[in-house]
Design a protein around this ligand. Structure first.
Ligand SMILES: NC(=O)c1ccc[n+]([C@@H]2O[C@H](COP(=O)([O-])OP(=O)(O)OC[C@H]3O[C@@H](n4cnc5c(N)ncnc54)[C@H](OP(=O)(O)O)[C@@H]3O)[C@@H](O)[C@H]2O)c1
Length: 221
């Protein structure tokens, strides 16, 4: 399919959590943040799920060069109009991907703030394949997926991720309710899993950054 080249980037503990049970996600040190901000400046768009916006109030800007378009995957248009992804650097475009079932008043309140709404299907959740096609049509050729765990599953399980970069911090936080790198239903067998090929590993500050190519992507060259 015609879709942007998608890089999933995340920072996690050695035990695979991207946030603690209390919602703390500060796994990156200064040097790793620098790497992430540089990566943000090299892509056309950054994308996160609505829970990441509600929990972290992320700005999704770059301190290391130009800031790309911001995309929030938010079926019911629950993004607060005063969220920093909308109010900080309002000259940078923010796209909210919703479904046809999103309350029209929520959509209207977001549009008043200058946000662009993309309707992607009429299902319970945003149809991520439709979203990828629409973003490609909008001229987005590479996209940084910054979580959280549920959106990571949504994208990986549909074969929409092309590359993965993970910073592993030297810490273990435990907690069965802590969010892991990939949530969702999961597979029953290892053989069903998303197949990867490691292409790099490097020390960045206190983190080890691993880079993988995804072997079963659906992207057409
Ligand atoms: N360490 C890191 O690098 C890092 C990075 C990012 C986030 N985080 C952490 O991750 C946590 C949030 O992760 P999360 O897993 O709870 O939430 P999330 O992935 O940020 O958002 C998930 C939500 O996105 C919406 N969504 C719409 N369509 C979807 C689809 N097709 N597939 C999947 N989701 C879809 C759903 O809500 P609706 O049904 O309402 O649309 C879903 O509940 C936060 O604690 C944050 O701090 C850590």
């Amino acid at each position: 399919m015609k879709k942007p080249y998608v890089i999933l980037n995340s920072a996690m503990s050695l035990d695979g959590k991207i946030a603690t049970r209390g919602g703390d996600s500060a796994f990156s040190d200064e040097e790793d943040w620098k790497r992430v901000h540089k990566l943000r400046s090299q892509v056309d768009a950054i994308m996160v799920g609505i829970n990441t916006i509600l929990l972290d109030d992320s700005k999704l800007t770059s301190k290391e060069g130009r800031s790309p378009i911001r995309v929030v995957v938010d079926s019911k248009a629950r993004t607060p109009p005063n969220a920093r992804v909308i109010t900080v650097r309002p000259e940078i475009e923010t796209i909210i991907a919703v479904t046809g079932r999103a309350p029209p008043e929520n959509i209207a309140n977001l549009q008043k703030k200058g946000v662009k709404i993309m309707i992607c299907g009429d299902g319970e959740k945003v149809d991520l394949e439709i979203l990828m096609e629409k973003l490609y049509e909008r001229g987005i050729r590479n996209l940084l997926l910054e979580g959280g765990g549920n959106l990571n599953w949504g994208m990986l399980s549909k074969g929409l991720v092309d590359e993965i970069r993970i910073a592993i911090a030297p810490v273990i936080v435990g907690g069965k309710k802590a969010t892991t790198l990939v949530e969702g239903e999961g597979y029953t067998k290892v053989s069903e899993g998303v197949k990867l090929e490691q292409v790099n590993s490097e020390q960045v500050g206190k983190c080890i950054v691993l880079t993988y190519k995804v072997l079963n992507t659906r992207r057409e060259e």
